[in-house]
Design a protein around this ligand. Sequence first.
Ligand code: NAD
Length: 517
Amino acid sequence: ETPQAATESTPLSSEVHALLSELGVPASAYTHGDLLARSPITGETLAHLPQISSVEATVAIGLAHAAAKEWRNVPAPRRGELIRILGEELRFALPALGRLVTIESGKLLSEGFGEVQEMVDICTFAAGLSRQLAGLTLPSERANHRMMETWHPLGVVGIISAFNFPVAVWSWNAALALVCGNSVVWKPSEKTPLTALATQAIFERAAAKFTVATGHTIPEGLSTLLIGGAPIGELLVDSPLIPLISATGSTRMGRAVGPKLAARFAKSILELGGNNAAIVAPSADLDLTLRAVAFSAMGTAGQRCTTLRRLIVHESVYDTLIPQLKRVYSSVVIGDPRTPGTLVGPLIDEAAFTAMQQALVAAKEDGAIITGGERVEITNQPEAFYVRPALVEIATQTNTVKHETFAPILYVLKYRDLDEAIALQNDVPQGLSSSIFTLNVREAELFLSARGSDCGIANVNIGTSGAEIGGAFGGEKETGGGRESGSDAWKQYMRRATNTINFGTDLPLAQGVSFYI
Ligand code: NAD
């Protein structure tokens, strides 16, 4: 490829280069190449990166395959030691990596730091898990027999991630996959390659420390980063050497990836789009509801998969809550996410802005009343896209409402009885996160029951976003069905063998079958 001219030096690009250097990324990794890394804060180009060719990617997958064969022989608690050290390195790197996350993805500084904290947390979780990859022992129907389950690594785990959680998603997958005895190959979003480079440098530092501490060398290719666009993701999806792909992104991407994996009988963890709703019942604590709705709907500029996109409000509290919400929407501080006091940062790019405006035009045609939604000029940077979050009062759940627009639009609907509200909440193709605000235990329990929310996440008196790593994370329907992070999500990164052991001298057959020779 042709090396490109060096990036123009600006205060932001200089800061980014300093952060990358502090995090251990060599300048050669981002000073030439045809992939532009940019910051949504100013829209400026920060760096140029080389993209991996498909030939190089194929070689890397081969190395990862060989690495998995070695790594599976390392005892799981020792594999956990690598992840414990990775967690320590991440804790140390948190200020710099968190700031880089903010600069590259545009989320608030506290959220950038929070994202790295989440990486630390999953490492802590996974290190403990490395001593608990437990299979069951089961009674056999045959005398002098025992049955048990053993869990074995799969091999190479492919990770495809989205721009909005540029590094945490890697860690949710990699920490579990590695303690489970797999190798990992990661294709990050092409919109956030710099945080990926930094994460890979941190992993390599942890691997070197692990070798010093334990005397075990880490096989080459245990964790590999492949910088590139969708075609590199497709190459992972098509590779017969990768038995599991964990893909996070839009439902459009999942629709392309899912059938290909099914056709080759590969496993998949799909973490796709959400269209999350909250129901506000008559008894809701409205002060708490207001704060929860504001964070869930406007936080991260509406660019979380769990962002609150639909608010279903009981008619008896509608006229109290909605005017308060409108005041919050019109006064919320929009601007540079690094500045203290800012609550809404930029959209990731112009395409996100255009999609938002198109959704608002469509909602207006559907008869909606819209507050906000306009572009906010802050920096005189034509390439940066800041918007005022939009509150859209709408009478019915039209196709526009049922579609995930990855921007801060909150559709507000009115309801009379809870069954109607639950039906509205469930009547969208996506099934990620949901909430109810109520002080009525019957309503709360109904919402959490089989007749209630059909989502992978259902909350009471907190918003739809901001999950902890201890629970299994993911959603139903077009959200893809995958679960990541806590609980028993680890089982997806392993294969189960059922073992029957005969410690007697007879050979009784199950179900009383007789076969004498
Ligand atoms: P995207 O679908 O555009 O891209 C996601 C990743 O998929 C990128 O790395 C991209 O290069 C890759 N990709 C795209 N097409 C591909 C293909 N055909 N084959 C293989 N790889 C392909 O998503 P985005 O804009 O980066 O992220 C926003 C979306 O992600 C939203 O829909 C959001 O809800 C979703 N998301 C979901 C979760 C979750 O856990 N459910 C978490 C974060 C984001």
